[in-house]
Write a protein that binds this ligand. Structure first.
Ligand SMILES: Cc1cc2nc3c(=O)[nH]c(=O)nc-3n(C[C@H](O)[C@H](O)[C@H](O)COP(=O)(O)OP(=O)(O)OC[C@H]3O[C@@H](n4cnc5c(N)ncnc54)[C@H](O)[C@@H]3O)c2cc1C
Length: 456
């Protein structure tokens, strides 16, 4: 039987290698460190955690806790290693980072059917392969990926807009409307948060004085990969605080422009608006359109609650700008993490548009299992939509390909419950119970048709 090549010995690549090897397939795992550096990793060990040492909540009713429970059911190596090297951190699974990486490295290096090769892969091979090279994929490999995906489908940094939970938006203040469509004022595609002049200038003042992460760090973090348009893209995704600093009214002609909108609560055109756009198929999450920002999270938390209608909103994610190489998965991948146009090519981890340590482990698990199934001539697994692992992978394969942004585990990705408890904790437990039951049922099935949840 052919071997699987895995590019990248990070979180997703190691989990993928382990899962494929467990399925009886031989693996060649390429890791360029320590010979070639990413600029952020500091060791040569596999699965190094570059920043935080926390893999998120262990609470069963929290998204990350649920994902851990699911990965444990699926025999994740990395979650096991994390638990064995955990350190006290309340309700979070924090690890001794060195002990964690060492343990993963040992397991991978000792596995008889995994060969670890310390070498940079510069081109995608013409053989079964999982690309798991992460947000800091090397320049040569980025070039090779762009030849397969198309340059316009490969992004080099994130300009992530914040996301709010739809049920926490105050619709007595906000209103639904699409620009210039006055005839159907209750059913527009956008939720609009209207500002009076006074409210806008209060917001502007807060924005201009808010603490930022220095721009210099972002600019130097953009890799020089020699592909065209990267600087244009950066300029087109300016953070709102940079726009406002150039001209105090720039936002009212940009992302906060009120043209073509009338507030049905007052009958007036607002002075400015923040538009919220649906972010998920379940219609539970909305992103703030054009609101990429590089303010610190506490500043965003303070400032965005000044937006009329969002005073009590729950932010699922704050805005960020940072180096992040990822592909436009909705145009390129199936939920099985297989490419539409090349069935022996899989993407896993951050490069596939999955965010967060746990999400990246989960995606390695899916890619490893499915690449092994591919080699054995079996159908790929597509996990049920009401499991967190299934919902995340469904999202990256089926989200809007326009301005696709990486996504992390969150309850908003799961289908609505039949009965929604008022209490948030209780709601989380109901989701978790349904997800785990669904996953257990799924694993009980002998053969699974991989494409049953794919969009046509
Ligand atoms: C500076 C920084 C800080 C971060 N902090 C956090 C955080 O606190 N919490 C969090 O959840 N997420 C964080 N992330 C995101 C984090 O990278 C992911 O959650 C996770 O590590 C991604 O897993 P991965 O397997 O996709 O990539 P990685 O874990 O980065 O693994 C990719 C591996 O591929 C290797 N590689 C790259 N190119 C090649 C090549 N051509 N040939 C061979 N090997 C190659 C790299 O050396 C690396 O080891 C951070 C990212 C960055 C860049």
């Amino acid at each position: 039987m052919e071997k699987i090549t895995i590019i990248g010995g990070g979180l997703s690549g190691c989990e993928a290698a382990w899962q494929a090897a467990q399925a009886g397939v031989s693996v060649k795992l390429y890791e360029m460190r320590p010979t070639v550096s990413t600029g952020a990793h500091i060791s040569g060990m596999l699965s190094e955690l570059v920043c935080s040492n926390s893999l998120g909540s262990t609470q069963h009713n929290r998204p990350s806790g649920l994902l851990k429970d699911e990965c444990k059911l699926l025999n994740s190596l990395l979650v096991r290693c994390a638990e064995e090297t955990s350190i006290p951190a309340g309700d979070a699974l924090a690890v001794d980072r060195e002990a964690f990486s060492r343990k993963v490295t040992e397991h991978i290096e000792l596995k008889p059917n995994i060969e670890v090769i310390r070498e940079e892969v510069k081109e995608i091979p013409a053989a079964p392969v999982i690309v798991a090279s992460g947000p800091l994929t090397s320049d040569s490999l980025s070039r090779s990926i762009s030849l397969i995906t198309g340059e316009e489908q490969l992004f080099f940094y994130d300009a992530i807009a914040p996301i709010v939970s739809a049920s926490t938006i105050n619709m007595d203040i906000a209103f639904r409307a699409s620009r210039y469509k006055f005839e159907n004022e209750t059913h527009g595609d956008y939720i609009n948060c209207p500002f009076t002049e006074k409210q806008f200038f209060t917001f502007l003042e807060g924005l201009l004085s808010a603490q930022r992460i220095p721009l210099k760090e972002i600019e130097t973090a953009i890799p020089n990969v020699g592909l065209k348009d990267k600087v244009t893209f950066f300029e087109a995704c300016l953070p709102i605080e940079v726009m406002a600093a150039r001209d105090p009214l720039a936002l009212t002609f940009g992302p906060m422009r009120p043209v073509g909108l009338r507030n049905p609560h007052t009958g007036q055109r607002p002075y400015a608006v923040v538009q919220l756009r649906q972010d998920d198929l379940a219609d539970t999450l909305y992103n703030l359109v054009g609101f990429q920002t590089n303010l610190t999270f506490p500043e965003q938390n303070k400032l965005f609650h000044l937006i009329p209608g969002l005073e009590n909103a729950e932010f699922i994610r704050f805005g960020q700008m940072h180096r992040n190489t990822y592909i436009n998965s909705p145009s390129l991948l199936k939920s099985s993490l297989q490419m539409h146009s090349r069935k022996d090519l899989f993407f896993a981890g951050q490069i596939a548009g999955i965010e967060g340590y746990m999400g990246n482990i989960a995606s390695g698990l899916v890619a490893g299992m499915n690449a092994a199934r591919f080699l054995k001539g079996e159908q790929p697994l597509v996990f049920p939509l009401d499991t967190m692992i299934g919902a995340m992978h469904h999202y990256i394969a089926n989200a809007s390909p326009v301005n696709f942004q990486p996504m992390k585990a969150n309850l908003g990705l799961l289908p609505r419950l039949d009965h929604i408890p008022q209490n948030k904790q209780e709601r989380g437990f109901c989701h978790a119970k349904r997800s785990l039951n669904s996953l257990k049922d799924f694993l009980g099935q002998d053969s699974v048709n991989g494409d049953q949840n794919e969009k046509q």
